[in-house]
Write a protein that binds this ligand. Structure first.
Ligand SMILES: [Zn+2]
Length: 320
């Protein structure tokens, strides 16, 4: 049996684990994944609040060690990339179920029959034969193979053993990652795109959507605060013709935060958002990056964008 055929997401990586109980649905189980404590491996509830941005780190409920969300996110993005588990950061859910494929018989798989909502956006799907496996399912494709996963597919069983007498029905575990239809609103759509590019290893492709998401978050916040002190026309003119995103991020926002008694975004995070902005400009002006992005740097850029967006969302509530 060729090993690559049966490699699959059977073993969760130690940086990620199931968060909360799995929900039973018709034919399968639905669950979410979350990062784990670096110290005791307890699964953490991913809830970043303003205390964190003020430098007061939350503590692990099990071992009492401080949790630095920056490290947690960077680790999760880097290490859970290969199994696409970092899509949990975009609100992905996983559905697990088993099917039985038989020799010479195509299997018509429709995920909506296994508890995946029919309007969900499918992010990834994996197949792992279990037990005494003699067959492996291959996805059918037409003349032009589609590279994105589909809610409905035809599975063709191929034999993975040369011993004819061993060939028989095979149990296959199916693990599908999907997003509820509601997760499609802006700027979440941009983050989903950025996270998917990251798990696909297409790091350059995450730059534009990650910057768009973080820029819209900051601009909305700055605008909300400025509108308390200036007319709509003047504020819009200032934000379009006066303060570029760099000015908003590096001058206007830290000033507003300091004057309002809000936590100021940590330099590490702001620095990475600045780097993301530079890369975005590189792409916009030259059509490509000066130097290719590596996995580790891409994870830091994405973690910074996610945390900055969270910071801006929390302050939007304060600014009401
Ligand atoms: Zn712990």
């Amino acid at each position: 049996m060729s090993r690559w055929l049966v490699m699959g997401p059977e073993k969760p990586l130690p940086t990620v684990s199931r968060s909360g109980p799995a929900k039973e649905v018709a034919g399968g189980l639905v669950f979410k994944l979350g990062p784990v404590c670096a110290n005791c491996k307890q699964v953490l509830e991913l809830r970043v609040n303003l205390d964190y941005f003020a430098g007061r780190l939350p503590k692990c409920a099990k071992c009492d060690q401080p949790i630095n969300w920056w490290n947690v996110l960077v680790t999760m993005l880097q290490e859970a990339q290969s199994m696409q588990q970092s899509l949990a950061l975009a609100g992905a859910q996983w559905t697990y179920f088993t099917i039985r494929i038989k020799p010479g018989e195509n299997f018509h798989l429709d995920l909506s029959s296994y508890g995946v909502p029919a309007d969900a956006r499918l992010l990834s799907i994996g197949y792992t034969p279990v037990g005494a496996a003699s067959l492996f399912p291959l996805e059918w494709h037409g003349n032009i193979p589609l590279r994105r996963p589909s809610m409905k597919t035809i599975l063709i069983p191929i034999e993975i053993t040369s011993k004819k007498e061993d060939i028989g029905p095979t149990e296959v575990a199916v693990l599908a990652a999907w997003l509820p239809a509601l997760g499609d609103e802006e700027p979440w759509r941009d983050f989903v795109r950025a996270l998917q590019s990251h798990v696909d290893g297409d790091y350059e492709a995450l730059v534009i959507p990650a910057s768009a998401a973080v820029e819209s978050g900051i601009s909305r916040l700055v605008k909300r605060v400025l509108l308390k002190h200036g007319s709509k026309e003047r504020v819009e003119d200032f934000l379009i013709n006066g303060a570029t995103f760099s000015h908003q991020l590096n001058i206007v926002l830290p000033t507003i935060a300091a004057l309002s008694g809000w936590p100021v975004l940590a330099d590490t995070i702001r620095g990475q958002v600045n780097r993301l902005r530079e890369l975005r400009n590189d792409l916009a002006h030259n059509g490509k990056l000066k130097t290719p992005l590596e996995s580790a740097e891409a994870a830091q850029l994405l973690a910074a964008a996610l945390l900055t967006h969270r910071y801006a969302s929390l302050l939007m509530i304060q600014a009401q």
